[in-house]
Design a binder for this molecule. Sequence first.
Ligand code: G5P
Ligand code: MG
Length: 214
Amino acid sequence: MGPPGSGKGTISTRIVKDFNLKHLSSGDLLRSQILNKTTAGQLAKDYIDHGKLVPDNVMVDLILNELQNMKSHSWLLDGFPRTVTQAGALLKKEPIDLVVNLNVPFEVIIDRIKGRWTHAPSGRIYHTEFNPPKVQGKDDVTGEDLIQRDDDKPETVRKRLETYQNNTQPVLQYFRDHGLLEEFAGRYSNEIWPKVHSFLSTKTEPLQYTHYGE
Ligand code: G5P
Ligand code: MG
């Protein structure tokens, strides 16, 4: 959990590298549905472009369906659930061990999103200063072009933050009430990451510890 641009994708990538988990990002899943012009993708596009949430029934079906294919693995969800209805639907079907919330101030986020570049097919994330690609505008692994997300325009980012406050913040209380929530506050992913790693290590054996930053 965490507001738009708080580093969910960044921290999730680090978690799955150091722990034996599979990563499922609801945003990446939606963007791939849009790219493939599926029914769900066509419906979702308008909501995403306006910084609004995709309807709960569409989202719950998509994610629960995807989790069916991951039965043999432990997993990490990024961006789902985002409403109390989604959280209830998830808990009814799947046992959840832990919810991690990234608490990053909004003013840090607005600044950050401007510099984000994405490799759409893989969901790999870059940032012009924080995590630049080796070659400007190109993905490190495939060499393909990087894009800026349509919903990263400043006015859409503001709308996404508002949606987060109205719809997603109540989910934090829901998980707190279930005794599942662990919060990590900070302005930088490199500051938050060691705390997340050491906390997760008390729950499951890490494969390794990767250090980032100075
Ligand atoms: P998404 O795709 O889930 P958001 O808005 O929740 O989108 P987003 O934007 O993907 O979240 P993030 O994953 O939290 O952000 O952050 P990130 O990509 O790791 O980091 C942001 C940028 O900052 C990157 O460029 C990164 O390199 C950089 N960065 C990270 N750490 C640092 C740092 O320490 N310093 C600096 N300088 N930079 C840093 O959802 C998109 C839309 O899909 C729909 C909604 O419409 C949503 O708006 N959707 C759903 N709708 C309904 N229900 C759901 N469950 C839905 N899930 C998605
Ligand atoms: Mg993300």
